[in-house]
Design a protein around this ligand. Structure first.
Ligand code: ADP
Ligand code: ASP
Ligand code: MG
Length: 442
């Protein structure tokens, strides 16, 4: 029998009704054997995800808020789970678990432990409801001492454990440090767990079930009803998710790419839709749309360094980059002219050490001037079809300038898979809509 690993996101498990839909999807196909749930997400626009409620509870404990305030916050979390248990008609008592988790949180078990309990508790309930075995991620997903994911150890232990159970639920988002404490991936990390489980199970397919019918050509919050991408390569997807298309965590492709397992993004609310297939190679592309997708992120700063005869000064770039390295800053782009060099990096990261970084660049390069501008957004136009189509860059620039938006930076990846433009944050939505219109819907 072939094996499918299915991950369900927070909105797919937000309440009992969604649990029922999820169970129906799983039971409809016996090859859906390993299930990775997120914590309950938002039930409506202004609702709060359980993960965020847990972070809040942790903060209250850390700030030594009054016992009553902490109890109130925690009981709201418990209520989310209890209403799911009750409405599913499950006859089982989780009060011991809830008490245990609360006490552990009160006794400083850490921020990651607190956040991870959203998936842990949801996993126990889902396993009970489905009649599947529950595997605690703590015993099968491992991190190294330095906090990076330990793929070798995980793969060895997890694949051995999966072999013991035909059907199982493995909660997403967290694993275990060498000293036994809990560590989570970054936000949205259940997607990564799904991918890790798919690799360990040597699955034929990793289905990632969410609240949209696949990867859309652009963010539906910016463009109304964008087209769905039928097939996308891992590389294109990485570019898009890194640049803010949040459907799938940007690191989720690595374990499955390694094993050549395709990912299928599906909609829990519309299981009849085929969704998006993410594959290693897709020779053909939809000729109608030369681009595969558009994504973008706000919150960047540009440091511009000017110095006459910079081009002749060997090692100039290295000195600047060494300063960034010393401060643990990673940069996004390095557009440069003959006598200027610009560094694009995250404003949030730079803000923590801005004065020191500028001072250090000043002292190692003795520039004529050094300036910082905030409020930059980056947009990535991604597509394997671009390499074969002439004039794509011209069309991108034309679309942007025709909508009266000024382009502040241009970068084209050497593999011609993407074009990146930097614009003012205030023009972000206008520019994305203009590019979408130019390439997809006139
Ligand atoms: P889950 O809780 O299932 O993990 P996420 O909220 O992480 O779901 O991801 C799905 C959401 O991603 C969608 O509801 C949509 O608002 C947003 N999104 C952003 N960009 C895109 C895109 N290009 N295609 C589809 N959805 C997108
Ligand atoms: N629950 C976690 C979060 O909200 C992980 C996830 O949903 O993938 O980020
Ligand atoms: Mg997600």
């Amino acid at each position: 029998m072939n094996v499918k690993v299915v991950k369900f996101g927070g909105s797919s498990l937000a309440d009992a009704e969604h649990f029922k839909q999820v169970a129906q999807i799983i039971k409809a196909d016996p090859s859906r054997r390993y299930v990775v749930p997120s914590a309950p997400g938002k039930r409506f626009g202004s609702d709060i995800k359980v993960t965020d409620m847990l972070y809040k509870c942790y903060e209250l404990i850390r700030e030594r808020a009054g016992r009553e305030i902490i109890e109130k916050q925690y009981s709201q979390i418990v209520q989310r789970y209890e209403s799911i248990i009750k409405e599913l008609g499950l006859d089982f008592d989780m009060s011991g678990e809830f008490e245990y988790v609360k006490n552990a949180m009160l006794h400083s078990s850490g921020r990651d432990y607190a956040a991870s309990r959203g998936e842990y508790l949801n996993g126990i309930i889902l396993a009970k409801y489905l009649g599947f075995y529950f595997i605690d991620a703590e015993s099968v997903i491992f991190f190294r001492e330095n906090g990076t994911f330990d793929e070798e150890k995980t793969n060895e232990v997890l694949s051995a454990e999966l072999k013991l159970h035909e059907y199982a639920v493995i909660p997403g988002f967290y694993g275990c440090m060498p000293n036994g404490t809990i560590k989570t991936f970054s936000r949205g990390g259940s997607d990564i767990t799904g991918s890790i489980v798919a690799r360990a199970a040597q699955a034929d397919l990793y289905e990632n079930w969410t609240d949209v019918s696949g990867f859309l050509m652009t963010d539906p919050r910016i463009v109304e009803n964008p087209c769905t991408i039928d097939t996308i390569t891992y590389r294109e997807l990485r570019e898009l998710s890194y640049m803010g298309a949040t459907v799938l965590h940007e690191d989720a492709i690595f374990p499955v790419r390694y094993a050549g397992i395709p990912i299928n993004i599906r909609n829990t609310n519309r299981p009849e839709d085929r969704g998006t297939m993410i594959v290693a190679n897709a020779e053909s592309y939809d000729k109608e749309h030369i681009i595969t997708g558009i994504a973008g992120k706000k919150g960047f700063s540009v440091i511009t360094i000017e110095k006459d005869m910079m081009n002749a000064e060997i090692g100039f770039g290295r000195k600047v980059l060494e300063v960034l390295e010393d401060f643990g800053l990673s940069f996004e782009h390095l557009p440069s002219g003959i006598d200027t060099m610009s560094v694009l990096l995250s404003t949030a990261a730079l803000d923590s050490c801005k004065e020191k970084v500028l001072g250090a660049i000043n002292s190692v390069t003795s520039p004529d001037s050094i300036t910082v501008e905030d409020g930059v957004a980056l947009i990535a136009i991604v597509g394997r079809g671009m390499i074969k189509a002439k004039g794509t860059a011209a069309r991108v620039f034309d679309a942007i300038s025709s909508s009266n938006v000024n382009i502040r930076m241009i970068d084209q990846g050497s593999c011609e898979l993407n074009i990146i433009v930097g614009i003012d944050e205030n023009d972000f939505e206008t520019a994305i809509s203009a590019i979408y219109k130019e390439f997809v819907k006139k």
